[in-house]
Each structure stands twice: as structure tokens, then as C-alpha cells.
Design a protein around this ligand. Structure first.
Ligand code: NAP
Length: 475
């Protein structure tokens, strides 16, 4: 079924438009495809289609919407190999990780298919005889879904699955670097028989222009955005004049805490996933390693041994663990953060500071990180480990909370009481205890503080796409 689509998908039709932009392979910059650059008229047409399709889609029984989501998931799984290949080409990530992303992305469609079947209401005991209080969940309306480049499939299905399950229609604006994944998902919707206008995808070269137009469009009732905290704030502000509902999945600054009683082998295994998945380009990437003094040396040594085994290269080549960073700006940013840390006294204990000229960044391990260094505050988004020693448990937990972000934290300790104290004390939406990967469709994903508003996945994932309607009735 799956073929490479390069045109926008608007109201059930593939629209070539008048302008196109190039999608390039992050490994060598080779052109992958020339994609439609949706102009303002096309974005408006996509919104109009979503508005027109909304009444019939919301009226469709939940189980029928769920069946279409299941069909999309089945098609996604059936074409997993080719979808993974496409992801490697536009995003650069290692093939095994691209394959894992396809599975993860499909899991949201399956999960929300089930939620569509279980969109229960409530009957609440009333105070007066003869009254009946009924509470139902109503779809919010046409939604704008704006997604980043680091997980082109999963960041979209996590939104689209919930929106479609709830009875909302959608206009999707993928990142400039990775529009092909979103166009593949539009094909899955088309092939499954999702009615025209329910799913629309408008790729664009200028994200601020296209995203801004979409957020401001009068027909849009809700905006769900995943991306940087900086842009998330702009999106939230742009949604204010019409008081549109907003969900924000923003940047993280995850602490990875290793306490003195931790199983160090497990901690290193978890660190390899939490740090190096997607070459470090993940909102849930471990950004600050905080290690209790008695095990700092042993943990660092074991982590270096494991890091030395990682292979960097073209994502599609066998045995490659880390693909290139997505673009030149990302490579320059990682080099800047390492240079800043070194200039402020960090020690390079493994690897070499990247030069910023190549997107193929090799892992680096730095010791002696301090809060004065930019990488303590900013997302590194690259394969760089920065380690800071903590005097004791209380110091480690205080360091973990020394950030405006609050998406996820990782803690390694065998002691149940320490686990409970860490889970209670750390300010973040998600915590992995002796686990380096917490993302899964049935759990609520999302942050607190400046990491965002709302939750995706889980039974709570529908909340952002529904409003409660209360009816007081005398039958
Ligand atoms: P980004 O630059 O903020 O872009 C995200 C999306 O917003 C892209 O589609 C972008 O289009 C679009 N956009 C840019 N300016 C806009 C504007 N003014 N109005 C509306 N939309 C606009 O983020 P990114 O670099 O793609 O992604 C990396 C960031 O995403 C990191 O901070 C990461 O932590 C975060 N992230 C968070 C989660 C989470 O669940 N919390 C998950 C994944 C990633 P263009 O790309 O075309 O500019």
C-alpha cells in the first residue's frame, strides 16, 4: 500500500500546490524528496475541510472510529519495514530505532481505538427527586496538530489517535525536516477509509508562517503542539485571542540520578537508552547525570566502557547505533555546549569535543559539570554525557530539581525507601526508577513546569480532546 507521497493531503485529495521544498538525508544532505510547501490558501482549505468533516465524524459511533484507527495501525505494522526505511532517510536515526518508532507509533492508534470504544460518561446522583445529572464527553472540534522532527511518526499518532478517537478532525503540520512521515500517516488514513476532510496534512518550509496561520485559523478549536519550549510559548500566546484549548509537549532537561546503592550494571544499561536513543535527540533524553560520590568513579568507568562500543554512521548501515544529528544547526549547538562546559572547567573523560562542522557527532563523556555551564540549563540534544557528583541523596534530589523543566527524571537505587522519597521529591511529570525508558501508550506522557501542559497516551489522553457536557434532566 505504502508509496512515497510528496503532496499535501487536503480534504481527501493529494494537492501539489505551486511551491515545493527539499527534504534532505541528514547523513549526506542528499535530496530525498521535493514536498509541497502549503501556502496560506492551502492551509485555509485544510482547516475548512476539517470544519466541514467534523459533524459527521463526531456523529460516527466511537467503536466505528476505533475500527478505522485499528485498520490504520494494522497497515502501519504491515508496512513497518518500508516506513522505518523512510524514517531513516528523512530523520537519520539508526534503523533499529526507526523500526521501534514505527511499532511505538502504531501502539497509539491501537490504544486510542480502544479508548474510542470506552468514551464513557457519568450519571451523577442528583439532590432532588426526579432530576437526573448526565455528564458526557464531547469532542472539542477541529484540531491543529503541530509536530517536531525527532519522532516523525510517534509524535503524530500520539495526537492523531486521541483526536480521532474523541471525534475531532485534524490538520497536521509536520516539521520542515520530516514531512514524509506525516504524509505516510495520511496515506494510512486514506487507505483505511477515514472520510475525506477528517485528516489533513500540510507540510511547509516555514514552520512559523504555516504553524502561525493554523493556530490563528478561526475554524480551529484546539492546538496540540510538540516541540521546543520557546516555540510552545509562542503557540500558547497565539491561541489566547480566541481562547483555543492548548496542549503543549515541550522540552525536557532530565536528571539521571545514580545513588550509592544502585545496581551499576542496570544504571549503565538504562543510561545507554536514556542518553543515546535517537543520538540524544529526544525530549526525554538524560541531560544531567547526577551520581552519588561513592559510586561516581565506578559508574563513570562502566559508562565509558559501554559508550566506547557505540558506532556512529549512516542510520541504514548494519551495526550503527547513532545516526547523524538532524541538521547543521543541531551539530553546531552540541559543539557550543561542549566547548562552553570545557571552558568552564569540565573534563573530557571520553571522546573528543565535536567541531560543530559534521552532523556525525561521536559520543563524549564530560565530568565535573556545574550549574554555571549552559548544558546544565539547556537541552543538549546530542550524544554528550555530563556528570556531576552529589554529596548524598538529599543533594542529588536537590540537584535534580534545579531546572525550569519537569518532563522526566531517572533514578537508580535498590532501596525501596529511597525510591519512594525520590518519586515524591522530584518535580517532573514522569519518573523512571531503575528504568531508562518510560514512554508507553498506556501511561500518561507529559511534563510540569516549563515542559508543558496536558498529557498524551493513557486513558487521560482523551481529556485534551474532549469537553465535559453536563445535562440536568427531568426525564
Ligand atoms: P520546534 O522548533 O519548536 O518546532 C516544532 C514544530 O513547530 C515544527 O513543526 C515547527 O515547524 C513548528 N513551528 C515553528 N515555529 C512555529 C510557530 N511560530 N508557530 C507554530 N508552529 C511553529 O521544535 P523541534 O526542533 O522540531 O523539536 C525539538 C524540540 O521538541 C525539543 O525541544 C524537544 O524536547 C521537543 N520535544 C518534546 C516532546 C514532548 O513530548 N515533550 C517530544 C518530542 C520533542 P518547522 O520545523 O518547520 O520550523
Amino acid at each position: 500500500m505504502f508509496e512515497l507521497r510528496r503532496d499535501a493531503y487536503v480534504n481527501g485529495r493529494w494537492e501539489a500546490g505551486t511551491k515545493r521544498f527539499a527534504v534532505r538525508d541528514p547523513y549526506d544532505g542528499a535530496p530525498v524528496a521535493e514536498v509541497t510547501d502549503a501556502d496560506d490558501a492551502m492551509i485555509d482549505a485544510a482547516v475548512a475541510a476539517a470544519v466541514e468533516a467534523f459533524p459527521a465524524w463526531r456523529a460516527k459511533p466511537g467503536p466505528a472510529r476505533g475500527r478505522l484507527l485499528r485498520a490504520m495501525a494494522a497497515a502501519m505494522e504491515a508496512d513497518a519495514a518500508r516506513l522505518a526505511e523512510l524514517c531513516v532517510r528523512e530523520n537519520g536515526k539508526a534503523m533499529a530505532q526507526a523500526a521501534a518508532e514505527v511499532t511505538y507509533a502504531a501502539s497509539f492508534l491501537v490504544w486510542f481505538a480502544g479508548e474510542a470504544e470506552r468514551m464513557y460518561g457519568e450519571i451523577v446522583p442528583a439532590s432532588q427527586v426526579g432530576q437526573r445529572i448526565e455528564v458526557t464527553r464531547e469532542p472539542v472540534g477541529p484540531c491543529a496538530l503541530i509536530t517536531p522532527w525527532n519522532f516523525p511518526y510517534a509524535m503524530l499518532t500520539r495526537k492523531l489517535g486521541a483526536a480521532l478517537a474523541a471525534g475531532c478532525t485534524v490538520v497536521c503540520k509536520p516539521a520542515e525536516q520530516t514531512p514524509l512521515g506525516a504524509l505516510a500517516i495520511a496515506q494510512l488514513a486514506e487507505a483505511a477509509g477515514v472520510p475525506e476532510g477528517v485528516v489533513n496534512v500540510v507540510p511547509a518550509a516555514d514552520g512559523a508562517r504555516a504553524g502561525g496561520r493554523l493556530v490563528a485559523a478561526p475554524g480551529i478549536r484546539k492546538v496540540s503542539f510538540t516541540g521546543s519550549t520557546e516555540v510552545g510559548k509562542l503557540v500558547a500566546a497565539a491561541a489566547v485571542p480566541d481562547l483555543k484549548r492548548v496542549s503543549l509537549e515541550l522540552g525536557g532537561n532530565a536528571p539521571f540520578v545514580v545513588l550509592a546503592d544502585a545496581d551499576l550494571e542496570a544504571a549503565v544499561a538504562g543510561a545507554m537508552i536514556a542518553k543515546f536513543r535517537n543520538a540524544g535527540q529526544s525530549c526525554v533524553a538524560a541531560n544531567r547525570f547526577i551520581v552519588e560520590a561513592p559510586v561516581a568513579e565506578a559508574f563513570t568507568g562502566k559508562l565509558i566502557e559501554a559508550t566506547a562500543r557505540l558506532r556512529v554512521g549512516r542510520g541504514s548501515d548494519a551495526g550503527v547505533d547513532l545516526g547523524p544529528l538532524v541538521d547543521d544547526a543541531s551539530a553546531r549547538k552540541v559543539a557550543r555546549l561542549v566547548a562552553d562546559a570545557v571552558s568552564r572547567g569540565a573534563l573530557v573523560v571520553y571522546g573528543e569535543p565535536p567541531d560543530g562542522a559534521s552532523r556525525l557527532v561521536k559520543p563524549v563523556v564530560l565530568a565535573g559539570i556545574t550549574p554555571a555551564m549552559a548544558m546544565w540549563r539547556e537541552e543538549i540534544f546530542g550524544p554528550v554525557v555530563g556528570i556531576r557528583v552529589a554529596a548524598d541523596e538529599a543533594d542529588a534530589l536537590a540537584q535534580a530539581n534545579d531546572t525550569d523543566a519537569g518532563l522526566v527524571a531517572y533514578v537508580y537505587t535498590r532501596d525501596g525507601a529511597r525510591q519512594a522519597r525520590a518519586a515524591a521529591a522530584i518535580e517532573s511529570g514522569m519518573i523512571g526508577i531503575n528504568e531508562g525508558l518510560v514512554s508507553t501508550a498506556q501511561a500518561p506522557f507529559g511534563g510540569i513546569k516549563q515542559s508543558g501542559i496536558g498529557r498524551e497516551g493513557s486513558r487521560h489522553g482523551l481529556d485534551d480532546y474532549t469537553s465535559l457536557k453536563y445535562v440536568m434532566r427531568r426525564p
